[in-house]
Design a protein around this ligand. Structure first.
Ligand code: MG
Length: 250
């Protein structure tokens, strides 16, 4: 069931989303060689606590941390650890979300640790742009498939593939609400986009093939062929005047 949000609910979501955006920026500023992913997660917990918010990923289906931090060929759901030291040239994807006053903001971005290869930069830049391409396709009266089709054609034209096994999603009081928002699709197909819908659009783009596998820790998802992967995500609202990005700082 798709839950449409009232104006009042959208205002509450904006607050959770603005906090999520701020904490993601701060976490990204910590990304550099020598820093551990565990240290970043620790600060994320502190920033959320200070703001009176709950890190929505912590304990979600048993996930043991506040942020998912996935490096290089890891796509999503990397578990932060004080033993995982970021190396020069790493591509570091951070995904995190705040729950504040009952509403959730969800966002992700890929950050560079020092100088990264031109190939890594091109992948990261393409994934960020694919997110905005997807957002621009999220118009009232359109369909969920319009978003996926736009993301897919943008990335595939540049030689990349889209992860199929994980998707964007509705978000609000719950982290994962209907509809699911795949990063592939057919224009004009899928659920209709209506004012008051709030969704997370999150292209997960692989340099090589689309197939993934889950590591023995039962969380970390990496590319099956070992190629690099990048991930960007915003929570947005569908409005009569077009898509509005909610995960931006105040
Ligand atoms: Mg998400």
């Amino acid at each position: 069931m798709i839950v449409l949000k009232t104006t009042k609910e959208l205002d509450l979501m904006k607050k959770a989303c603005a906090l999520s955006a701020r904490v993601l920026r701060l976490a990204g500023e910590m990304v550099e060689p020598g820093v551990t992913t565990g240290a970043i997660d620790k600060r994320v917990r502190e920033w959320f606590a200070k703001a009176g918010a709950t890190p929505v990923f912590l304990h979600y289906n048993g996930f043991p941390a506040a942020a998912c931090i996935s490096i290089n060929n890891e796509v999503i759901h990397g578990i932060p650890s004080p033993k995982r030291v970021i190396q020069p040239g790493d591509l570091v994807s951070i995904d995190l979300g705040a729950k504040l006053n009952g509403y959730i903001g969800d966002n992700a971005a890929t950050f560079a640790a020092g100088d990264i290869s031109p190939e890594a930069k091109r992948l990261s830049d393409t994934t960020r742009e694919a997110l905005y391409v997807g957002i621009r396709a999220a118009c009232t009266g359109g369909r969920v498939g319009d978003i996926g089709a736009a993301v897919q054609s943008y990335c595939e034209a540049r030689g990349y593939s889209l992860v199929r096994d994980y998707t964007g999603h509705g978000v609000g009081r719950e982290l994962h609400e209907d509809p699911s928002v795949p990063n592939f699709g057919t224009p004009g197909r899928g659920a209709r986009l209506l004012p008051g819908m709030t969704i997370a659009i999150e292209p997960m783009v692989n340099q090589g093939k689309k197939e993934i596998r889950t590591l023995e820790d039962n969380w970390t998802v990496r590319t099956r062929d070992g190629s690099l992967s990048a991930h960007f995500e915003h929570t947005i609202a569908i409005t009569a005047n077009g898509p509005v990005i909610l995960t931006v700082e105040d």
